[in-house]
Design a protein around this ligand. Sequence first.
Ligand code: HEC
Length: 188
Amino acid sequence: MTRLDYRSRSFVGIAVGAALLALGAAAGWEAVRAQGHGHSHSQHHAHGAMTQGGWYKRLGPDARVAALERQLRGFETAMAEVAYRYGEMYFGAVDGNWDYAAHMGETLATALAAGLERRPQHRKSADALFLKGPYPQVMEAIKAKDLALFKQRIETLRAACTACHTAEAHPFIKIGVPTVRRNPVVND
Ligand code: HEC
C-alpha cells in the first residue's frame, strides 16, 4: 500500500504513460506521428517561434491545470492500461516467467490507482470488488509460483473486473481470460 501511495504521487508520469499506451492501443500512433511531422514542418516556417515551447507553454497559467487534466483523461485510459497489464500478467504466469507476471500485476495496480486518483467516484467498487480480495489473491498465487492456483484465481479476478463494470454502469465490458499476447517477451 505504501508502495502504491508512493507511486501514485508521480501520477503525471504514469498517466502520461497511460495516455501513450491508450493512443497506441487505439492504433492512433501513426496518425500522431504524422501530425508531429506536420507540426515540425510548420515550426520550421515559424522561424523558431514554436520551438521555444509547445502547446503547453503557450497556454496561460490559468488554462494549464485544465489542459493537463484534459490530456491525462479519465478512467478509460487507466483501464486500457489495466487490461494490457492483465493480459501480460496472465501470459507471464503461463510461461512460468513469474517475475514478469509480478511486474505486470504490480503495475496493473499502479495504473488502477492513477485512474482512481483521477476518478475517485469508482473507488468504492474498486475496493469492495477487486482490491480487497481477487487482486491480492492473484498476486499471492504469483508469489507462490503456483500455476494451478493462479489459473483458479484468475477466474475470480476476471469475474471481479466484470462485476465492477456492471456496478459502474459498463455492464457490456465483460472480461475473459486473455487470448492474445501483446509483447514479444520470451523466456530465453
Ligand atoms: C472500479 C471498478 C473497475 C474495476 C475493478 C475494473 N474496471 Fe475496467 N472499467 C471500469 C469503468 C468504470 C470503465 C469505463 C471507463 C470510462 O469510460 O470512463 C472500465 C472500462 C474498461 C475497459 C474499456 C477501456 C476503454 O478502452 O474504454 C476495459 C478493457 C476494462 N475496463 C478492463 C478491465 C480489466 C481487465 C479489469 C480487471 C483486471 C478491470 N477493467 C477492472 C471499472 C472497473
